[in-house]
Design a protein around this ligand. Structure first.
Ligand code: PMP
Length: 411
């Protein structure tokens, strides 16, 4: 036995690697045959996927418009692959930029109603790069309690002082802003649509607070783009695009690709282009991904009924679930969360639904209160949605009945 092995077997706190062997939670779930993560899918696309030779109805993706297999998206991706190769093998700052990345930036900025945009390699890196650049350790940043992990990570990276306000609570935001010293820089960070709850940010109230307390505003519209305001997102939905300083988006949801972007003033984007470290020191999103996102954006622009269709499908499911007595959190988007009484019920219900041919996402604390997160696509058929409702209605833990309710579903 090597000295290092001996150290880690004793769980020596000075050996950082000893945490590898003391982490048992995932192995316990595997042993109980209840491990729900990293499920390898074997194919399929959009509303159905393949696993273990079976077809499952996919209610656990962010493919809201169902464009990942659209012929125009695939043709654009194939043509970019032929023209630019499989990767640019470097940062946009040096060798990794292409005319496609720039075309995508121009069309995104125009679509989002901002003077300029900057494309990065993922939505996560976008939030990391933007927040890590805009904020300094002298500043205060105020986040909604349910803000996405990438937003918090960006704030932490910056060293800024992080403050929270209760989820979607403008009065809570006011109280938090009131406590920030007058001389400090301040930024408010919200999601347009919250990824676990599926509710929409009270942006008019947030904008009011920001202007009353002299705070800048960053809106992460990962789940609003392609869905609200016929696709243009949360700021457009409220007619507040000019009041939001920076909007970040991802391509990995409605835009059927991989990548992210920030939109804002020419000045802000120029600054971020030359300072955001996650952009400058990481390889560019592939031309294939940029082309797919651009094709999806053009489809969305030409066919706003795609956004209407996903909203109609989600409304159909919400109605069906309510009629069947299934509990769900209030939502007006394609994200519908189904609370469960506890973590064990989350896992057993997830497993039964999978067995019944319905793929959903289990959510466990500390990410959020125990629940199944379901989400819908423009391309789901009504027959598929009926089957999802029927499968959920057969799950005891999801029903509106004594013993199931009574726990908070907010996070
Ligand atoms: N912001 C939000 C609100 C998200 O939900 C996600 C991804 N789930 C991201 C950012 C990160 O996007 P990406 O997957 O492109 O890294």
């Amino acid at each position: 036995m090597s000295a290092i092995q001996a150290l880690s077997q004793r769980g020596n706190p000075t050996d950082l690697y000893s945490r590898f062997s003391s982490f048992t939670a995932a192995r316990d779930l595997m042993a109980a045959d209840l491990y729900p993560f990293f499920l390898p899918l074997e194919g399929g696309e959009g509303p159905t996927v393949r696993r273990d030779g079976r077809t499952l109805i996919m209610c656990g993706s962010n493919n809201y418009l169902g464009l990942t297999g659209h012929p125009e998206v695939l043709a654009a991706a194939r043509s970019a692959l032929d023209r630019y190769g499989s990767s640019r093998t470097g940062s946009r700052f040096l060798n990794g930029n292409t005319d496609l990345h720039q075309e995508l930036e121009a069309e995104l900025a125009d679509y989002l109603g901002k003077p300029a945009a900057l494309v990065m390699s993922t939505g996560y890196q976008t939030n990391l790069g933007v927040l890590g650049t805009v904020l300094t350790p002298r500043d205060y940043v105020v986040l909604d309690r349910s803000a996405h992990a990438s937003l918090l990570d960006g704030c932490r990276l910056s060293g800024a002082k992080v403050r929270w306000f209760p989820h979607n609570d403008p009065e809570g935001l006011r109280r938090t802003l009131e406590r920030i010293p007058d001389e400090a820089g301040r930024l408010v960070v919200v999601d347009g649509v919250y990824s676990m709850e599926g509710d929409v940010c009270d942006l008019p109230a947030v904008v009011k607070m920001c202007s009353a307390y002299g705070a800048r505003l960053l809106l992460d519209d990962a789940h609003g783009l392609g869905v609200l305001a016929e696709g243009r997102g949360t700021a457009a939905h409220f007619g507040l695009t000019d009041e939001v300083d920076l909007i970040t988006v991802t391509f990995s949801k409605s835009l059927a690709s991989l990548g992210g972007a920030v939109a804002g003033s020419e000045e802000a984007i120029h600054y971020l282009r030359h300072h955001a470290r996650s952009l400058m020191f990481s390889a560019s999103t592939t031309p294939t991904n940029a082309a797919a996102a651009l094709a999806a954006l053009r489809l969305l622009r030409a066919r706003p009924e795609l956004a209407t269709a996903v909203q109609a499908n989600a409304a159909y499911v919400r109605r069906g679930l309510a009629e069947a007595g299934v509990r769900s959190t209030p939502s007006s988007t394609p994200i519908v969360s189904l609370p469960t009484p506890g973590a064990l019920e989350t896992l057993t219900t997830w497993q039964r639904l999978l067995h019944d041919g319905v793929y959903v996402n289990p959510v466990l604390p500390p990410a959020a209160e125990p629940r199944l997160r379901t989400s819908y696509m423009a391309s789901h058929t009504l027959d598929q949605l009926d089957r999802v409702v029927e499968a959920c209605a057969a799950q005891d833990a999801l029903l509106e009945r004594p013993g199931n309710e009574g726990r908070s579903v907010s996070v």
